[in-house]
Design a binder for this molecule. Structure first.
Ligand SMILES: *Cc1c(COP(=O)(O)O)cnc(C)c1O
Length: 437
């Protein structure tokens, strides 16, 4: 074999792959790192393989901290080759100590990982899309697409616009107005399909086959899903290079949940944090809770359901990574719980009133499940617990309409204000009396 010449080693921009290919999660069959997501042998999902020995040699806490203030500080752990990925400031969202919420729930050390303020579109999906579209460009796609429950459409349309990629996204036609407008503003082609997410997804699999587009959550899924690992890395780094005792996160397809775990495991594997057993608890909405149902009934398989819940971003009736999420909750001594729509609304309000964070229905689901787990003694008050808030409440305003009171409308006169203020004080006193009865 001839030695590579310096010219071939010095292209216009640097490329250093730390991953070696794809591998089937079920049978271990190996594949080149192309736009494929299903094993040809056994139909299992494909996952990216990294050279961890090389990562252990090259990555340090200092090298990460010297990187950008975005998910790309963890680039060696992400499945892209370029040194100039699409960086729109995604990631490094705040990890807040939630003392008031903790006190209200009766636990001691609670943190909120706040992806309600992720960039550019205010949900955790910006992470997976930043990675998927960087890889899509490397693989030569000029048109990108997705099947979305809402947030993914926002992210794909926004980041495709930034990267100059053609974009056509698919959503169920009954999504919240904020999610629809939050996609259309970037001028993609938006297909609103009469059907639920699972039907949208099936249609998209067919389009992927006939059109040769890069679907972030279908043929690019092995790369896309790796983006969620950054939610594990950031929490470990923000806790001072330590793992928490317990995490609570929402489940739609179950991917995010399992990838937080993978992120923690990788940091242990390359020596960035000490090993620790972390308990993983998952949150679903009762109106779409196939994983929680399987957990409750102690089944090792998922029975698909037809979604009917206000938590539309979590409304996947046939979750692709459901069995892996189920397995993770079992093996880490965690739980998977579900809550109804009223509890979800109460969860949104509880987080807003105690911590000043307005989350969407997915976050309300997660907070309500956190509360339920604490009340059932399934979260120990002494555990360092991290709860993942994955989306922003301004996008799902319909969900809380009618549950947040009304403004006091007054004339521009001091006297009018004084009267209204007195009435407000009286009302508040009455509410307190009702609460204490
Ligand atoms: C998509 C989504 C999730 C869940 O993602 P999965 O990886 O499919 O489980 C959670 N929260 C929000 C806000 C989402 O948009």
């Amino acid at each position: 074999m001839t030695q590579a010449t310096p010219q071939t080693l010095a292209p216009t921009c640097a490329r250093t792959a730390t991953f070696t290919g794809l591998k089937c999660k079920e049978c271990g069959a190996e594949y080149e790192a192309k736009a494929i997501h299903v094993c040809e042998e056994c139909f299992g999902p494909l996952e990216v393989v990294y050279d961890y020995d090389a990562l252990r040699q090259t990555v340090t806490r200092a090298s990460i901290q010297a990187g950008p203030n975005s998910i790309w500080r963890y680039r060696p752990f992400l499945p892209v080759e370029t040194d100039t990925p699409i960086d729109v400031g995604t990631g490094m969202t705040p990890l807040l100590q939630a003392n008031r919420l903790a006190r209200r729930l009766g636990i001691k050390k609670l943190y909120i990982k706040n992806d309600a303020v992720n960039m550019p579109t205010l949900s955790f999906k910006d992470r997976v899309v930043s990675v998927a579209l960087t890889r899509a460009k490397e693989l030569g796609f000029s048109t990108v697409s997705c099947a979305s429950t809402g947030n993914l459409a926002n992210s794909t349309a926004a980041i495709a616009a930034h990267a100059g990629l053609e974009c056509c996204v698919f959503i169920p036609s009954d999504l919240e107005a904020g999610k629809v407008l939050g996609t259309l503003i970037y001028s993609p082609t938006l297909m609103a399909v009469h059907g639920n997410y699972d039907q949208v997804n099936r249609l998209c699999s067919e389009v992927a086959n006939t059109h040769g587009w890069g679907f972030v959550n279908i043929n690019l899924r092995p790369y896309y899903s790796e983006g969620s690992k950054t939610l594990g890395y950031e929490v470990a780094e923000q806790l001072g290079w330590e793992l928490p005792d317990h995490v609570v996160a929402p489940l739609a397809s179950g991917s995010l949940f399992t990838k937080i775990y993978k992120g923690f495991q990788e940091f242990v594997k390359v020596g960035l944090v000490a090993d620790k057993s972390v308990r993983f608890s998952g949150a679903q909405a009762e109106g779409c809770s196939p994983i929680a149902q399987a957990f409750r009934e102690n089944r090792d398989f998922i029975s698909p359901v037809k979604p009917n819940t206000i938590a539309k971003s979590l409304a996947i009736g046939n979750p692709a990574d459901g069995v892996y999420a189920l397995d993770l909750a079992h093996k880490t001594n965690g739980n998977i719980e579900s809550v109804n729509d009223q509890e979800i609304i109460a969860g949104i309000k509880l987080l807003a009133e105690t911590e000043g964070i307005f989350t969407e229905t997915a976050g309300g689901t997660t907070i309500a499940v956190l509360k339920k787990l604490v009340e059932a003694g399934k979260i120990n008050p002494d555990e360092t617990t991290v709860v993942y808030i994955t989306g922003n409440g301004l996008k799902t305003q319909e969900a809380v309409q009618g549950y947040v009171g009304e403004p006091l409308t007054i004339e521009p006169k001091l006297e009018a204000f004084e009267r209204a203020w007195e009435r407000a004080q009286t009302l508040e006193r009455l509410e307190w009396q009702q609460v204490s009865v």
